[in-house]
Design a protein. Sequence first.
Length: 174
Amino acid sequence: MNWASEIDNITRAFESNFGHLTVEELNWKPNAQTWSVAQNIDHLMVVNETYFPVLAALEAETYKTPFLAKFSFIVSFFGKTVLNAVQPDRSKKMKTFPVWEPTSLPIKADLLQQFQLHQSELKQKIAAAKELLEKGVVISSPANRHIVYKLETAFDIIVAHEQRHLAQAKEVFK
């Protein structure tokens, strides 16, 4: 998968679908259980940014690989399981980890500009991880140290997760 071009497509899709909305419309929710468009965008930035310290530790060679990473069948199982869970089809509803909850406060007007900057930074971090990808590095989920998968799978998960929340945001605004 070409993560950079997928991230660009997702960024453009958020801009074209929601760039014309007012702050009130971005923050509108049909009910208390549903996230607003703004909360979907905020959630993506919150989740993605939890991977940044992992990438920094890998680059600095200070990352402590979890014990479970030694077992390729576990790495493969968790990678496939998480990737399947975040697919955009949204046939299965999921609850996020508390660490990844979006803010409950109204989100400011420059959210889409913040998201564009965030996406640009994400692409830079992925590009900088080329050597790590070639080594087949295994990481744990930033939300749960016992969930391990390859870094390559982490980037697949990030992109699929963004596509999932784009679809969710579109549903909210219908």
